[in-house]
Ligand binder design. Sequence first.
Ligand code: GDP
Length: 379
Amino acid sequence: MGFTCGIIGLPNVGKSTIFNALTSAKAAAANFPFCTIEPNTGAVPVPDERLEKLSTIAKSEKIVPTQVTFVDIAGLIKGASKGEGLGNQFLGHIRSVDAVAHVVRVFADPDVVHVDGRVNPVSDIETIDTELMLSDLDALAKKKERLEKLVKSQDKDAKAEYDLISKIEAILSDGKPARGFTLPDGDVNSNLLATIKAALLTAKPTMFVANVDEADLKHVPNPTGPNLNGTGHQLDKIAAHAAKVGASVVVICGKIESEIAELDASERAVYLADLGLTHSGLDRMAVAGYKLLDLLTFFTVGPKETHAWTVTNGATGPQAAGKIHTDFERGYIRAEVMSYLDYVSLGGEAKAREAGKLRTEGKEYIMKDGDIVHFRFNV
Ligand code: GDP
């Protein structure tokens, strides 16, 4: 299981269009495992060109890519933090995902009503982010209330937490998300900060998904693009805002994605090439989500399958083994590891072994992106 990414945004910006394209694209990705877990949840493979190369060399029967699960969290509107719309219920859904894909409308279509009557993506982003910040401030105020008694009785831990919460409150009140808030190196409270942040909506890694007209699909968002007088391309304004609030930007055209989703794999490649693109917007969303979360991919490769697995950067050999099976972690003895580059340039495992490129790594080993691994274990 990869990770989960919640799709949020104002009404009528294209969330359902994008989500439906994502879930109906299964025909086009027929050789990938795909599932719709619940009506508003769909898992998509994270494209990785290395998989094809590895499976060709190993003559694998199948490829199993790593996945990202998208959750359509509809219903966020102005006032949600005060219970407007389906308010708190949806804020709760955001709390449970690993990352957020915030869809904003850039497309102009006069036939589609904009909730505020005009297309202004940065202002839309701020509307939603304000709700998230208010919800976080509310949660922090409640937490402080609970700590007050302990602080009065001179409890040192409670005091440290209370003070740290006050610092985060100041950031949020200043209109900044908790995402960017860090402590000076070596500060003993980094674990405490991580715990506090884990409960905050504005601390979630976030991408802005700009839903554009076809004509804008190839515009590369440039954060230094907008002029000081407020003019400039909408995508550049979004990029400038994203840089300020520590988010990434993905450009997508919902209308085209729904067309692409109907095509089979070969037609799809031709269609994308005609548009001058190499990957669909949904593929780019999956990759962007992956990047947000500081994850790395390792592979198990053999005649049966070439399989991509996901771990957090910094994971050890046993932790990676545990992604495959808990027994592998419990009974971990060692890992035999080759790098992706050695495997491909030398032409497979036997040759890598001959060339002395197959290393034996113990329990302390820190996994690297692209490692090809055999775990040895005993339970
Ligand atoms: P949601 O409320 O955010 O889920 O928005 P929907 O996905 O229901 O889209 C709202 C309307 O915008 C629908 O009529 C869509 O067909 C239309 N729409 C979505 N994406 C695009 C797009 O890229 N271009 C255009 N012109 N219309 C779009």
